[in-house]
Design a protein around this ligand. Structure first.
Ligand code: UTP
Length: 408
């Protein structure tokens, strides 16, 4: 892209300020900036105006979940089917570790956070230990794909290597990077990180499969016979990964995907709620849930939207392939965005100062034909770490690890 083309693209997007320092840049910096302008999709900024209103478009109705009593009754059958698929190499696991963990406030990737009390226990380590339980039970390794971003790739890859992948066979670990999206201030103007660099942040966890494809990893997985991908967030330290019972339940029920869910502990709990939108599986994010849906009751007087997702999904790879080129919506998320101020000084804000634009993995569910909502016991499988203290924190996760006999 040349200078004139860049000016034209920026003018169309109302982002002319990006060129403010252009004349003062070195030749190399000018090239970097022009290349970034070329690569940046400014259309995501339009979600600032429309994002919130357009999040829920259709008619929302409850989706029946498979609940614990039924799962316990059929556990033997489900587990056998799941273990069979794992032993045949049909199941892969995808760890989403591209996030910035801004609420936790550590400069390092979230997975490098040490939650140990008497010894080192890193969040990454907890995930691998959980996965190893299944590897040991099945007697077979599960390919583990790790998604990082431009902001944390090198440090993540180095950390896992230095720790010898916490005992996981390195041949089964593959990294790939997600895409980035511009971040803007409250007026919709993109922030600058450097005079030659627009401030960007990872574009959410929804692009994981298209990024896997971009890196040639999805194709390789399919060639290797992988049929199912279990996608999970890095930050739930009680996460059961490639859980044979869950895998078997989704397979034997002939669904294209499955979502692990827990009973919400309060109507306004900050987790996405599983439901149907115009008859299709759908998840409403907590910040997009209306009060009406939040407090609606079913015929038994129970909350109609009782089950929340814990970011553990199983997807059929052919289904993912079918929807790969569909554009998922962007969600507007208020965040703390480091930037360069008018005088050129670097600022690291203490409070949210603008917006990031994120595609979410949960929106993929809506694109697929059928989803098994699969209940799990929250105290055994849900200990997310979003904050240092309080709800969903290092503190609460440590307590839950203790209750589950995990030494920290
Ligand atoms: P969250 O949405 O909780 O974000 O991610 P986060 O980055 O961990 O934390 P905050 O909101 O900045 O405090 C849920 C999961 O999705 C991954 C995260 O790494 C986590 O596993 N994620 C999130 C990505 O992989 N990429 C993203 O762009 C965003």
């Amino acid at each position: 892209m040349n200078y004139e083309q860049a000016i034209e693209k920026l003018a169309k997007a109302g982002q002319e300020h990006v060129m403010k320092y252009y004349d003062e840049l070195t030749k190399e910096q000018k090239e970097l900036l022009l290349a970034q302008i070329d690569a940046t999709d400014f259309s995501v900024l339009s979600y600032l105006k429309h994002g919130r209103e357009s999040a829920v478009n259709g008619k929302i109705t409850p989706l029946a979940s498979m609940q614990l009593p039924e799962i316990q009754e059929k556990e033997g059958e489900f587990r056998a089917a799941g273990l069979d698929a794992i032993r045949k190499g049909k199941v892969g696991a995808v760890m989403l570790a591209g996030g910035m963990g801004t609420r936790l406030g550590s400069d390092d990737p979230k997975g490098m956070y040490d939650i140990g009390l008497t010894k080192e226990v890193y969040i990454f380590q907890r995930q691998i230990e959980n996965l190893m339980d299944v590897v040991n039970e099945a007697g077979a390794y599960i390919p583990l794909y790790v998604m990082t971003s431009d902001k944390n790739h090198e440090i993540t890859a180095r950390f896992l290597k230095e720790h010898d992948y916490f005992g996981y066979k390195s041949d089964y670990v593959t990294f790939f990077k997600q895409d980035m999206a511009p971040a803007c201030d409250r007026e919709g103007k993109v922030y600058m990180e450097e005079p030659w660099k627009i401030s960007t942040s990872p574009n959410g966890n929804g692009g994981w499969y298209s990024s896997m494809y971009k890196w040639g990893i999805a194709q390789k997985a399919r060639e290797d016979g992988v049929e199912w991908l279990n996608v999970f967030a890095v930050d739930n330290v009680l996460q059961r990964i490639a859980d044979p019972c869950f895998v078997g339940a989704v397979i034997t029920n002939g669904r294209e995907c499955g979502a692990k869910v827990v009973r919400k502990c309060a109507p306004d709990e900050k987790i996405g709620v599983i439901c149907l939108e115009d008859g299709r599986p759908f998840i409403v994010e907590y910040y997009e849930l209306t009060d009406e849906l939040m407090y609606e009751k079913d015929a038994n007087g129970d909350p109609a939207y009782y089950f929340g997702v814990i970011f553990n999904y199983l997807f059929n790879i052919n289904g993912l392939e079918r929807i790969r080129e569909r554009r998922l919506p962007f969600h507007v998320v208020e965040k703390k965005i480091p930037y360069m101020d008018e005088k050129g000084a670097k600022v690291k804000p203490e409070e949210p100062n603008g917006y990031k634009f994120e595609q979410l993995a949960l929106d993929m569910i809506h694109e697929l034909d059928s989803c098994l909502s699969f209940e799990v016991e929250r105290n055994k499988e849900f200990a997310p770490i979003k904050n240092k203290t309080g709800i969903d924190s290092v503190e609460s996760a440590r307590k839950l690890c203790g209750e589950n006999g995990i030494e920290l």
